[in-house]
Write a protein that binds this ligand. Structure first.
Ligand code: GZL
Length: 349
């Protein structure tokens, strides 16, 4: 097939797909033969055959600042300069949309699929088709409930350990302040139901919390990793429970915590260091470091979004005929109001 002419600069080209406005190609003027997306169909779309590796990347959406950092990292890594033709798909926080896009990208015969699944379930059929079509799949960030033989590897964070580390910090803080025997009521803001990040963090939190009979979960509610829902859910919690009954707020990402902070401020509540409300979050965004320096946020357990380089390396290894590991964990730390000032200048997202 004639080599396609590629634009020398990265350009977001809207691609009119069956799913309309879902797909953007980054870095090239490719012609797309989109086909009706459905279950297990084949396509006459031409096989990509160029000097560039065509990668279909299906992202969750734009639910958080963490997500934006992750998306930008993929855009900055999968460039034509690095030898890629990137077809970016915004899943718009809709897992059905993600699966349909995967069928379409398979029909377009991309060279690789990278998927960040909003939720773990619903991927078996389309991953099976990708395997039948000899399209290697990399699962990035969140995990899937599917046979690991259906994808090359999973790259992401140990979410359960993140939850365990958050709860262990809480105990160490209480012990340091002579409060380890206090009865505590804990509010948990959970991420998206069915998302491996929420499942893992919740599992780790509950496992550690259950070790302390004086710790009580007042309520645990889903706020979908978004700031707006963090505010709305926390507002309702502050209506349902007396403010003085809340001793700890744990949010499964920073954006929901930012939203919860807005609700607590509107209710006239103080929170953070030297108050009655301990605040614990996940992601370790730059804004979280600013709030930790102010003492409003006491902990943010890091979850590193800058993982596109690992996906790039896996593809390069596969292209070179090398074997790759089935799991790649990213390096992560726990940051607190006590060490935020030391690290904030190094933060990249
Ligand atoms: C975790 C990632 C989560 C972040 C949220 O790896 O999937 O999704 O913690 C994001 O901020 O929305």
């Amino acid at each position: 097939m004639k080599k396609r002419q590629f634009l020398k600069f990265r350009l977001l080209l809207p691609v009119i797909g069956i799913l309309g406005g879902l797909f953007c190609t980054v870095g090239c003027g490719t012609s797309q033969n989109t086909v009706e997306t459905g279950n297990l169909i084949r396509s006459d779309a031409p096989k990509h055959n160029s000097d560039y590796i065509t990668v279909g990347f299906i992202q969750t959406g734009k639910e958080s600042d963490w997500r934006d950092a992750n998306t930008n990292d993929y855009w900055d890594t999968f460039t034509t300069e690095n030898g890629y033709n990137l077809i970016y798909v915004d899943g718009n926080s809709d897992s059905n949309r993600q699966v349909k896009a995967a069928y379409d990208l398979i029909a377009q015969k991309v060279d690789y699929l990278i998927i960040d699944p909003i939720v773990e379930d619903g991927w078996d059929d389309v991953l099976t088709l990708a395997q039948q079509e000899n399209i290697p799949v990399i699962i990035s960030d969140r995990g899937v409930n599917a046979n690991p033989s259906l994808y090359e590897c999973w790259i992401g964070s140990d979410f359960k350990t993140e939850g365990i580390n958050a709860a262990k910090w809480l105990y160490s803080y209480l012990e340091k302040n002579g409060r380890e025997k206090e009865n505590l009521n804990i509010v948990i803001l959970e991420g998206t139901a069915g998302a491996s990040a929420a499942i893992g963090r919740t599992e780790g939190l509950l496992e550690e919390i259950s070790k302390h009979s004086n710790w009580n979960i007042l309520t645990s509610q889903c706020a979908n990793f978004t700031q707006g829902e963090g505010t709305n859910v926390m507002k309702q919690i502050l209506t349902d429970y007396p403010h003085e009954d809340i001793d700890v707020v744990i949010s499964e990402n920073d954006n929901m915590m930012f939203g919860a902070m807005k609700a607590m401020e509107q209710a006239g509540m103080r929170y953070g260091v030297d108050t009655d409300v301990i605040t614990i979050s996940f992601d370790a965004l730059y804004e979280a470091f600013e709030l930790m320096q102010e003492g409003k946020l006491m902990v943010s357990v890091e979850c590193n979004p800058l993982i596109a380089g690992l996906s790039h390396q896996v593809i390069q290894d596969l292209e070179a005929g090398k074997t790759v590991d089935s799991v790649y964990y990213v390096e992560e730390s726990v940051f607190t109001y006590e060490n935020a000032a030391e690290y904030i200048s190094d933060r990249k997202y």
